[in-house]
Structure formats: structure tokens, C-alpha cells
Ligand binder design. Sequence first.
Ligand SMILES: [Zn+2]
Length: 254
Amino acid sequence: MKIADNLEMLELHMKVMGVERIVYPTLMWDDDNIILVDTGIPSSLEMIKKQTETAGVSFAKLNKIIATQQDIDHIAGIKGILSENPEVMVLAHEEDKPYIQGEKKVKRLNSKFMDRIKDLPEEERSRIVDMFENSSVKVNSTLSDGEVLPYCGGITVIHTPGHTPGHICLYHQMSKTLIAGDAMNILHGQLVGPNEDPMSEDGVKANDAIDSLKKFKDYDIVSIITYHGGLFNDKPNERIKEVIRDRKFYSYMK
Ligand SMILES: [Zn+2]
């Protein structure tokens, strides 16, 4: 779906843990850069290619991937893209880099998680475990809070720890679009706060995910793209204030 000039929200359908889900990576570009923000899972590759080409962008010229975080359904698609185009640079925040590179084990793969997937059919279960164990990729460059990337007319990096220690959001200045990753979500058409089950560690607590939203007050936001809920464009700044005030978490993954 076109959100603004040179900015497209992709829509990837996937089955994870027996549940049909949709995620919404963002594609943005200028004359020299084609940037994909988050990548779905390995089986998403063909959908990404097709939707990129449909948006009028050459998948072969994709040259940057920005990961908003370490979580598997955001990064597990990177490897497949790199196998087709090894020149693609991977960018992420310093604090999630060791997890994305596989130097630290992603926190999601803990005993609680293994317990949750134990009743799935063996094929599905091993596919999930395999995805966790084999999705590591090298991060070529790290991003820091407040940094303005000189791509696509300027993209501001906003460090929003909570869901993960190195979770980032991106603000596309030209279109005033906030790419929110998992900092917020959409439930029944309404913008809501982060998931109640953040993977945070290293001293980052769940409540930090709400406190991180205060950073958005400095931005004039026309559209928000949430990774698990898609587009929200009904007076985003006003709604963000309410989300901060309410301090509510929600659950989208049972
Ligand atoms: Zn996520």
C-alpha cells in the first residue's frame, strides 16, 4: 500500500505457531537507496519481491535493510534476501546487534516459549526452532538515537527500548511517517501501546516501552506504520498522548 511518495507499506501473510498473521514491513527509496525496514520470515521472500516490484522498485537494487529489533519475525527474512543479493547492508541498533548476529541468544527462545510450542506438529515446531537457530546475520552498521540517516530525504532514528533493549523507530521526514516497529500496535482500528510480553533484559523493564513513547512528542506525525497492525493515520500525535497517559499493555500473541 502506498503511504506517501517513495514509501510503501508491504503486507506479508505468514503462519507462525499455527496462527495466520500479517506483518507490515516498510519499503522506502530515493535515487541511490532502496531500504527495507524489517523482513518477515524465510517464507516471506517471494512476497517481498513481488510487492517491491509492484511498487515500481527493483528488488535487485535493494541495498539496505534496517531491523527495528532482534525479534525473529522481523529479522528471519534477512538471510534469504542476502542470499540473492549479498551486497545489501544490514543496519540495527547497537544493543540488539549481538542478538541479530547470534552472539547472544534471543531471549524469546526460553523455556516458557519452548513450552508454548511443544504441542505444535513436529514439522511446525522444528521449523520455528530452526528459524531461531539459523537466522543470524552480520550487522554492517549500527544506528544511534537521534541520528539522521541521509537517505530518502532524511530518516531520524529514535531509540525506543522496551520491547527489546535496542528497539528503534524511524521517522521519515518528508512524509512525516513514523515507522513504529513494535513500539505500538493497532487493535480494533485503534492505536495502542506495546505488547505486554516484551523480551527486554539488561535492565530494560516493560514500563520503559511506554516511557519510550514520550520521544514521539517531538515529531509531527501524519502516519504511523506498526509492524503487526499496519497503518494508523487518525490524528496520531493526539492518540500517542492518550496511549502514554493510559500506560496500558495489551496482548496480541496468545
Ligand atoms: Zn514483532
